[in-house]
Design a protein around this ligand. Structure first.
Ligand SMILES: O=P(O)(O)OC[C@H]1O[C@H](OP(=O)(O)OP(=O)(O)O)[C@H](O)[C@@H]1O
Ligand code: HPA
Length: 182
């Protein structure tokens, strides 16, 4: 099967978890909380490529305070459904030094990615670290880090859509899906 048909078949067999309207409400809620918490701080906003691209694009126009923007790029899942070691493609730079930093990501799963980002950003001299993630997966495990702001909670299943990929595909979906449980 070619990859286009394969991706369509994955979507056909998936279950919708968060419809698009609910996604929009969740993003608006995060924006509201960030506007209350960060107005007057002129933060440096770092978007974590590639998953945060959709969340970032929809959140930023709803923030009402001045900010600087940059991105970092790190991945530990690739096309797999299991996390591995972190692959840094674009690391945080010296421009974080002395800054209040707000990191945006699509998903907090096991928390390894956000914990590593936090460690690097603080090691480069950021004065304060905030994180906002679109979704947090429910887990009984203790994570190495928490999200200061989040939009929705998701079951502990492999999810995709709204920036999150399945085998590299479907980041472009406006809603969040999961594979059906057998
Ligand atoms: O909490 P964790 O278990 O560390 O997982 C969360 C990370 O996994 C995803 O990135 P991924 O590694 O899939 O790369 P991608 O953004 O390119 O999809 C997601 O965007 C988070 O950055
Ligand atoms: O459930 C997930 N879906 C997509 N990407 C991910 N990265 C960590 N967990 C996930």
């Amino acid at each position: 099967m070619n990859s286009d048909l394969q991706a369509k078949s994955i979507l056909d067999q998936a279950e919708i978890l968060i419809p698009a309207e609910q996604v929009q409400t969740a993003v608006a809620n995060i924006a509201c909380k960030l506007n209350a918490a960060l107005t007057g701080t002129c933060p440096l906003v770092l978007s974590v490529m590639g998953g945060a691209v959709v969340f970032t694009g929809q959140l930023l126009p709803q923030l009402t305070f001045p900010l600087d923007f940059d991105y970092i790029h790190v991945s530990r899942y690739g096309n797999s459904q299991e996390g591995g070691s972190l692959n840094w493609k674009v690391e945080p730079r010296e421009n974080v030094s002395g800054r209040i930093v707000l990191v945006l990501d699509d998903l907090l799963d096991e928390g390894e990615t956000l914990a590593a980002i936090r460690q690097r950003v603080m090691a480069l001299g950021a004065s304060r670290f905030y994180s906002a993630v679109f979704a947090v997966k429910q887990t009984k495990k203790i994570r190495p880090v928490h999200a200061d702001f989040f939009g929705v909670e998701l079951p502990c299943r492999f999810v995709f859509g709204f920036g999150m990929d399945i085998q590299g595909k479907w980041r472009n979906l406006p809603a969040v899906y999961a594979l059906r449980e057998k």
